[in-house]
Design a protein around this ligand. Structure first.
Ligand code: ADP
Length: 580
């Protein structure tokens, strides 16, 4: 019962399964002890009645006081133990789950995050784990424990009198059958409201991310009304789900209680026909009021168990996604990057269809081609940010698919368009390039990247915080920080998405100067947008429709008068540039 399937169904760790068993065990003890309390009451009643009817001597009252005190102390202890087992230990499980998820997410290939909505992922880590936490702490031990204790009590009752036992207990399986019948609906409702919740977070995230554009284009009203609509929809799906669940849970509770009525009916008939005595009937009545108690709590919660299956599935989906694995030893022979017949698709869209080229160490290889031809994709694949579907990519003769992504990345410096800056000081943002770099090293790299000039104007120099994602810096300044980072890292391979388009001439010259320092003697793969870079490149790779249309030195390609020559002519026409 507590095998792999159980673990997956409730997204539990091994320790979580053990804790569930402990919670169950103590719930069984509590339920049976409470039933024992009924036995004690029955025993007292019986001796009083026999004293009254048979005129015997009253038994020693201290015996009853002693037994009652003992019962109270015992039940206090087992309740505490049950509490500890069901609630206390579960919080450890939540911690394990969140750390496990974070660890898993860290090891997933970046492609995973491209495919999955970030709001959805956040909802899983926060919302789904919370829901599971509630199920683990409030439901599992109680529910499974109550199944067992009720079964034990049912057997005892059946032995005493099977007719009364059936009259008393038929409602329990009937109530559960009704709830299980509603399971599919509960799951569906839960899925629908989860999707509605994700849409709300998505919408909020999108509004916050684009707040400037929204203001600039006077779209506040439209965004707000869209958000309102989504919130309303979420509320409606929640209400509908709760309402449906409420009906089923209450109906189940009523059906269970019908057992009291049938016990009275059957009991009266049996007493009248002289088949049982009154005391047995009385004991059954006492017992059945207790039998329902643990289920009362669980009935409402079992609906939650059904709904939690959606959350558990979402959690397991993260655990089941294949992580990018590989060896932690990476000793390439030089740093030539070789693309050999590389095929790649994002989801179903085939982007690269057999791309082959070599980017040599000590050379600048420029990827050119129309927008959407796959230049950025090639750069990402070269660093194993995604895994390719066919062919191979080698660095210094080593297939990068066999290398652990984190190990691999120590040999790469990347300067991409979307520089990620943290809400920290300039110094710390540059230091990210090399763990444990000294302040002197950081400043040296910053100077080489021409950061010094703008940093000296900041109120606290290198110790000035730059705001969330560098909000207080200009585009060119952000780029220079990312170049400083790369310089500090001094990795043998540099991937560069050249996006200097937004810079003015003066800034562009400065960034170019910093770049050329960064690129010396490295294997450089650059996504080229500017003719100047293309001219200076040692090798051009022209991508078109997911294939290499042509490759070679710039002069050679100009002579061939093919795609490259055509692009250069077009650019020259629009910008008035000349290519030597
Ligand atoms: P380029 O850099 O040459 O402009 P890209 O490599 O960015 O081209 O894109 C190539 C194709 O892949 C385009 O059709 C683009 O829409 C698609 N694409 C790029 N990134 C993603 C992604 N994260 N998910 C899905 N499709 C993508």
């Amino acid at each position: 019962m507590f095998g792999e399937k159980f673990k997956r169904k409730y997204a539990l760790s091994d320790k979580g399964v053990h804790n569930t068993k402990m919670g169950m065990l103590w719930t069984i003890v509590v339920n049976l002890l409470m039933m024992g309390g009924m036995g004690l009451l029955y025993f007292m009643m019986q001796s009083f009645i026999s004293t009254l009817t048979e005129n015997g001597a009253l038994p020693n009252p201290w015996l009853y006081v002693g037994l009652t005190v003992l019962f109270v102390i015992l039940s206090l202890i087992v309740h505490l133990l049950q509490y500890h087992a069901t609630y206390g230990l579960v919080y450890g499980e939540v911690k394990t789950m969140r750390i496990g998820l974070a660890e898993r997410l860290r090891r997933l290939p970046l492609g995973y995050f491209g495919k999955r909505d970030l709001a959805d992922l956040t909802e899983t880590i926060m919302g789904d784990v919370n829901r599971m936490e509630h199920v683990w702490s409030h439901v599992m031990g109680y529910l499974y424990g109550s199944y067992v204790s009720t079964a034990v009590i049912a057997v005892v009752l059946l032995i005493y009198d099977w007719r009364l036992a059936i009259a008393a207990l038929w409602g329990v399986p009937a109530a559960f059958a009704l709830l299980f019948g509603s399971r599919k609906m509960a799951k569906k409702n839960s899925e629908i409201s989860k999707q509605a919740a994700v849409k709300v977070s998505d919408s909020i995230q999108e509004t916050l991310e684009n707040i400037r554009e929204i203001h600039a284009t006077n779209q506040e009203a439209r965004y707000l009304s869209e958000l309102n609509e989504k919130i309303d929809k979420h509320e409606k799906t929640l209400l509908r789900g709760e309402f449906a669940t409420g009906i089923f849970v209450n109906a189940a509770s009523v059906i269970m209680r019908l057992g009291i009525a049938t016990t009275i009916l059957v009991g009266s008939a049996l007493i009248l026909s002289g088949q049982i005595d009154f005391m047995l009937f009385f004991m059954f009545l006492l017992v059945i009021t207790r039998v329902y108690a643990p289920f009362d709590q669980s009935l409402a919660l079992i609906a939650e168990v059904f709904m939690s299956e959606v959350s558990a599935n979402r959690l397991m989906e993260i655990y089941d996604s294949p992580v990018a694995e590989g060896s932690n030893a990476f000793q390439p022979n030089g740093h030539d990057i070789v693309f050999d017949n590389v095929c790649f698709a994002y989801d179903n869209e085939q982007v690269l269809r057999g791309v082959s080229f070599t980017a040599k160490e000590g050379e600048v290889t420029a990827l050119v081609g129309p927008s959407g031809s796959g230049k950025s994709t090639c750069a990402r694949l070269a660093a194993r940010l995604w895994d390719i579907t066919d062919g191979s990519i080698q660095v210094g003769g080593v297939d990068i698919n066999s290398v652990d992504p984190e190990t691999l990345l120590t040999d790469y410096a990347m300067v991409f368009q979307d520089v990620v800056l943290f809400d920290d000081t300039v110094m710390e943002n540059i230091r990210l390039g090399k763990h444990g770099a000294t302040d002197e090293e950081v400043i040296a790299a910053a100077k080489a990247a021409n950061c010094d000039e703008f940093v000296s104007k900041l109120p606290d120099g290198y110790h000035t915080p730059i705001g969330e994602n560098g909000a207080k810096l200009s585009g060119g300044e952000r780029q220079r920080i990312s170049i400083a980072r790369a310089l500090l890292k001094n990795a043998p391979i540099v991937l560069l998405d050249e996006a200097t388009a937004s810079l003015d001439v003066e800034n562009e010259t400065k960034v170019q100067g910093a770049l050329s320092r960064l690129l010396q003697n490295k294997t450089v793969l650059v996504i080229a947008h500017r003719m100047r870079t293309v001219e200076a490149a040692d090798k051009i790779v022209v991508l078109k429709d997911g294939r290499v249309a042509e490759a070679g030195k710039p002069e050679e390609l100009m002579q061939q008068n093919g795609e490259f020559a055509k692009m250069v002519r077009l650019q020259n026409k629009s910008a008035g540039w000349t290519v030597a």
